[in-house]
Design a protein around this ligand. Structure first.
Ligand code: NZQ
Ligand code: ZN
Length: 390
């Protein structure tokens, strides 16, 4: 484990079929005014809303609602939500949903007591830390993938600027206080969203795995997580109510992005930068944007990280290395990953996500360049990768 680091994660997890029983006791630690944040209505259709409302009533809470949080939540929506929260003097934000609802709730939490009117610039352009009181957030997770339930990231989109930006806050108060993880709450997620979430998890692990050349325990943990994810994903696409598979996927998602596997790693995140630029132009589903750019990106950087791609092929995809060159082994690993991606139903190009040729230059310009992976991309390389992703 190279480098010095601190590991601390303050989010308390409640996992399993009865996890929601812990909501009442947890909420007793906070004030009376609860802002219930949710998306477009799936929680009303699947009954989670009623279950939560009953608990809130029993606990004697005053409930205020902020609904309609869209996938890829926008800065305009955040500004509206801040007003609702201020008007009702909320003490606690309860996010019920997936990454969009939780990310949005974190954006509210750092903005409600902030007096400036430059929330976007402060948090998503200048990446400043909150200087005001942070309203605590708790979550009931209904869609698996982002890891937002146990991290301090918040991704917000500014369509007028054609930017989708994630801020990983450094202030531990931004981590959700608790997360309720009941795999059964994810059964009603449509297949498209489920597999998108599965690839988001895979991508989070790969973004951290494909960096560094040292012998690092984090890499061994990641290989185990990926093997489990691949196995459970194949079960889940056949039977989306397989508790074992859905619960494994839920648990892997949380550990894939709660800072644990990043320890000792420089980490890449370029696939996310490419995917987020595509989303800023198309508003496409997060995991699908990552899937659509991954193959061109990984083929591009493979020569710079050949040893690691070879290890990935053997340890994750069971490629037999006998009588093959390092490059052949590495390429076979990527081929197996591609087969798996197609098999679970991922979108493999950005055209199918709504990207048109006239967006090319804009997407290139919206792509941030990261320095922790095997190759720091030039603008020309980004253009090549995006072109190959059409
Ligand atoms: O809005 P509703 O009606 O609830 O429907 C949602 C939404 O349409 C639906 N859904 C969620 N739970 C459901 C359900 N439908 C039926 N049954 C359920 N139980 O699923 C759709 C997608 O939800 P969303 O929250 O957008 O998905 P996801 O969890 O993938 O979140 C995506 C957002 O998180 C960001 C992404 O960029 C994107 O904005 N990310 C956040 C990260 C973080 N905080 O660390 C990291 C990630 O890399 C990612 O960037
Ligand atoms: Zn992601």
């Amino acid at each position: 484990m190279l480098g010095d680091f601190t590991y601390y994660n303050p989010t308390k997890l409640f996992f399993g079929k009865d996890a929601l029983d812990n909501l009442g006791p947890e909420l007793r630690k906070y004030g009376k005014n609860i802002l219930l944040v949710y998306g477009g209505g799936s929680i009303k259709r699947n009954g989670i809303y009623d279950k939560v409302i009953n608990i809130l009533k029993k606990e004697g809470k005053n409930v205020f609602e902020d609904s309609g949080v869209m996938p890829n939540p926008t800065i305009e929506k955040v500004i509206e939500g801040v007003k609702i929260a201020r008007d009702n003097k909320v003490d606690f934000i309860l996010a019920i949903g997936g990454g969009s609802v939780i990310d949005y709730s974190k954006a509210l939490s750092v903005s409600i007591h902030y007096e400036g009117n430059d929330i976007w610039e402060k948090y998503y352009e200048r990446f400043e830390e909150p200087t005001c009181k942070i309203v605590p957030v708790g979550s009931v997770l209904t869609m698996v993938g982002t890891g937002s339930e146990m991290n301090c990231g918040s991704v917000i989109t500014n369509f007028s600027k054609k930017l989708k930006i994630g801020h990983v806050f450094q202030n531990e108060e931004v981590f959700p206080k608790f997360a309720i993880l009941n795999p059964e709450f994810t059964y009603t997620v449509p297949k498209y969203q489920m597999v998108s979430g599965i690839y988001d998890i895979m991508s989070h692990i790969l973004e951290q795995y494909f960096s560094g050349t040292d012998d690092n325990t984090s890499d061994y943990i990641m290989e185990g997580l990926m093997r489990s994810l691949i196995h459970s994903s194949l079960v889940a696409i056949e039977n989306n109510k397989d508790y074992e598979a859905r619960s494994n996927i839920m648990w892997i998602a949380t550990w894939a992005l709660n800072t644990f596997i990043a320890k000792g790693k420089t980490t890449d995140w370029e696939v996310h930068m490419l995917g987020q630029a595509v989303a800023a132009y198309t508003n496409a589903t997060h995991g699908m944007t990552l899937a659509a750019v991954s193959m061109p990106y990984y083929h591009h950087i493979l020569p710079y990280g050949l040893e690691k791609f070879k290890r990935f092929a053997i340890n994750v995809w069971n490629v037999d290395p006998t009588d093959k060159s390092d490059k052949e082994i590495a390429l076979e690993g990527l081929d197996r990953m591609k087969e798996w991606m197609i098999k679970i139903g991922l979108v493999m190009n950005i055209t199918d996500l709504g990207a048109t040729k006239d967006m090319l230059e804009g997407i290139v310009n919206s792509t941030l360049v990261m320095a922790g992976g095997y190759k720091v991309l030039t603008k020309d390389e980004i253009r090549e990768i995006i072109k190959e992703s059409y």
